[in-house]
Design a protein around this ligand. Sequence first.
Ligand code: ATP
Length: 448
Amino acid sequence: MPAKVDMDKIVSLCKRRGFIFPSSEIYGGLGSCWDYGPMGAELKRNVKDAWWKAVIHERDDVVGLDTSIMMHPGVWVASGHVDGFTDPLVDCKSCRLRWRADELETQKCPKCGGELTEPRLFNLMFRTFMGPVEEEASTVYLRPETAQGIFVNFENVVTTSRKKLPLGIAQIGKSFRNEITTGNFIFRTREFEQMELEYFVKPGTDQQWLDYWVQERFNWYVKLGIREENLRLRQHGKDELAHYAKDCYDIDYLFPMGWSELEGIADRGDFDLTQHAKASGKELTYYDAEANEKYVPYVIEPSGGVDRSVLAFLIDAYEEEEIEGEKRTVLHLNPALAPIKVAVLPLSRNEKLTPLAKEVNKRLCSSFVTDYDDSQSIGRRYRRQDEIGTPFCVTVDFESLEDNQVTIRDRDSLAQIRVPIEDLNTILEAKLKGEAFDASSLWATRQK
Ligand code: ATP
């Protein structure tokens, strides 16, 4: 299977095939900001949908939420972000470059060898002003995590959802951090999307739920195609734990730059609800009718990055191989994540083939995301679909006009089967769910 790929190849494929472009590129780009192109937008949506499905729809103990990016500034004082969400920074007195003090190995500027200032704490939250007056009273922050929108709505959700604990509240949304060291493509950026779950439990049961969610989240990546040997769990050391955390695990992925965090799963105890209760003056407790007691729930938080997941799925799916002397690049994306599920390709742009090919596409496009492509040679069109990870290509040829059958080509095995057009929807639906090709109906196979 695929050897580890370097990041340049992923960046180049993303640009070439319309997954990800540098933001504001015609103006020369903006540091660490990226735009998702037509293929990237589909892939990203599919990642978010797969998370929403697994975390909310396929369970009866988690509900979804969508809270605002700007919140009352008091939220960030209570959460600890105003005082604590900082990195220590040093400036070079000669070249003026700024560095993270905790990442430097020397006392001199790594760029020019110049003298450095004393470290100063730099808050990572973006600030802006609400309303027409630019003054302190109107300062608001762009949220650096989506979690706080969940905590401040705890009471609203508990009273309106009529659910008992354990209860999860989940959301997906943009977060902003004025990171000093960005880079590695979409791995660390200043604007990114998070998928966060706050799972509220009875104190004392938190360890068991932490273990449960660590496993659940690890399995989610594996189920969607990431090879297990490229994932690892890492428990935080006591000195590494964030101020709110009792215990924390990272799910790391073997990115081209080495093992790096994909998702963190923390036991936040009752820190957040207690802090918000103190600061807002509202009681944030839960009445447990069965035990006839009132308590502040503990919370387990799996917090993952959408963009980092997209990157990991792309890297893990990438393969370059040689088939019959020809090089092909292929993304073995799980069908649930693939931007296009089925490509409809007439053998050539011929006036006799076009009407039937268009009709086939019409039959399919209300059930699957399809791509109709009739330009260039069939070989080139297959290669393009392989590079964007399309699981199946349906080819309409001259025989189809006679027998009303088309061929389905499988991206991974390159096997082809010939099937009646009227059965196409049912067959593709089964194949997209993972059904194997029936060897007896194999039409033509180009073995690897
Ligand atoms: P790191 O130290 O790698 O920047 P973190 O430990 O600060 O990450 P958390 O605060 O735990 O990250 O955020 C949860 C998740 O949000 C991370 O696991 C990651 O997937 C995503 N994330 C955090 N910061 C960024 C960022 N700057 N760019 C992209 N994704 C991010």
